[in-house]
Design a protein around this ligand. Structure first.
Ligand SMILES: Nc1ncnc2c1ncn2[C@@H]1O[C@H](COP(=O)(O)OP(=O)(O)OP(=O)(O)O)[C@@H](O)[C@H]1O
Length: 310
């Protein structure tokens, strides 16, 4: 069984009047990537800031490798690397100057600093930019420098708050690949409001909404739990809506464009086989059929319905 590296117990936080998170509990296992998914304002940054000792919680406890972050922040922070939503970069410094500064901030002994820089830069693929001023790097490379500062002291846990925000599609793929690499020998918590980010990167997922956890399990369990319930059907022959709704398992059919329909179903995704067979039998000349992926809002709606049934 995997060891736990972080324990978040009954964590709540209130900014002046309003609660941002309420009674959140979860554990982070050693190695692998945990995705913290939630829409804007759900409470992700608040959770991460408390976890990393940036702000103090109103209630509850956070333990990193058994160390209480609130009671012993200096020791706990030695085990954590943090890349906040806005990377703490000093744009006027070169990569080496900046990372050296970070190494001093992390109390790395002077004789180990060069090696720490070399390891972090090699891991993040930025060794060739050592002398480059940060403001002259692309957004993707600046983010790599942000990740390098988070691993400079070789922490057991790395916390990344929306690490691919603002990057172009190629940079997103590269940063995701880098995150997977750094998670090979430590735990990573990654926060995002993008479901596909978690699906592409994470082993486990925690979904948070209005400051509460609404789902916590493996990615595999999540994908089984959240099944699509609509599909798009494109036909060369246009049947009546009533004929589509007569297919067993179809609860509703909508005409989207001239020959494109959205079908809602209450069976599993194998409904597509029934539809393909019906199209053949009725000569509707099937051009295309595909399941629709649920949006984050749709998933929250599905989750709250399922949770209400439990
Ligand atoms: N410093 C603050 N003072 C008052 N309220 C705050 C503060 N920071 C966050 N909040 C509120 O707390 C709630 C949770 O915010 P938080 O930033 O943790 O969410 P988030 O999931 O990280 O969202 P985003 O992705 O937009 O950053 C929101 O309602 C937000 O407005």
């Amino acid at each position: 069984m995997k060891q736990s590296i972080a324990k978040i117990a009954n964590l709540s936080h209130r900014y002046s009047r309003d609660w941002a998170i309420k009674d959140i509990s979860f554990e982070v296992t050693e190695k692998g990537i945990l995705g913290l998914l939630g829409s804007n304002g759900a409470g992700k940054s608040t959770t991460m800031n408390i976890l990393c000792g940036v702000i103090n919680q109103t209630e509850g406890d956070v333990f990193i490798d058994g160390i209480n972050v609130r009671n012993n922040p200096v020791e706990a922070k030695k085990l954590i690397g943090f890349l906040p939503q806005k990377a703490p970069l000093h744009m006027e410094l070169t990569v080496d100057e900046y990372l050296t500064h970070c190494a001093y901030m992390r109390s790395i002994p002077a004789h180990e600093i060069k090696n720490s820089l070399d390891v972090a830069k090699a891991k993040c693929g930025i060794s060739h930019f050592s002398k480059r001023v940060l403001s002259n790097l692309s957004g993707g490379y600046q983010q790599r420098v942000g990740i390098a500062q988070a691993i400079i002291h070789n922490p057991k846990l790395v916390v990344l708050d929306e690490p691919t925000n603002g990057l172009d599609p190629n940079q997103i793929l590269e940063v995701r690949k880098l995150i997977k690499e750094i998670a090979q020998d430590r735990s990573v918590i990654l926060s995002t409001h993008i479901l596909s980010e978690v699906q592409a990167t994470c082993d486990n997922i925690i979904m948070i909404e209005h400051g509460n956890i609404v789902f916590a399990d493996s990615m595999h369990a999540f994908n089984n739990y959240i099944e699509p319930n609509s599909l798009i059907l494109i036909l060369d022959f246009i049947p009546e809506i009533a004929e589509l709704e007569a297919i067993p398992g179809i609860t509703k059919a909508e005409l989207l464009h001239s020959n494109q329909f959205r079908l809602h179903f209450n069976t599993g995704p194998t409904i597509t086989k029934t539809i393909i067979r019906t199209c053949q039998d009725k000569n509707w000349a099937l051009a295309e059929i595909y399941l629709e992926k649920s949006s984050l809002d749709g998933i929250f709606a599905q989750l709250s319905k399922k949770t209400a049934k439990i």
